[in-house]
Write a protein that binds this ligand. Structure first.
Ligand SMILES: [Zn+2]
Length: 86
């Protein structure tokens, strides 16, 4: 069984993450998941929302966070995902 970290890395590797807007406080993205495309909105330091059926943290949120962090820090997703607590 693939962990949500592994799935997030797979989604990123497949180019499934599209960041539509990345600001200082909000990230707005789409993730093409295995079954559907899910809008993801992350309000930094506040709340994170993914429209997929999973409750709580999911691979889509992690994937968006890792791509956004890569843009800001240059760190590869494999590194940042290790730092994103779940
Ligand atoms: Zn999700």
């Amino acid at each position: 069984m693939e962990s949500i970290h592994e799935k997030a890395l797979r989604l990123i590797g497949a180019g499934a993450v599209t960041i539509r807007f990345q600001g200082d406080h909000v990230i707005d993205a789409d993730v093409h998941g295995d079954h559907d495309t899910y809008p993801v909105v992350i309000e930094i330091g506040d709340r994170e929302r993914c429209m997929c059926p999973a409750s709580g943290d999911c691979s889509h949120l992690l994937a968006v966070l890792a791509v956004a962090l890569q843009r800001n820090t240059g760190l590869p997703p494999a590194v940042t995902l290790g730092k994103v607590g779940v």
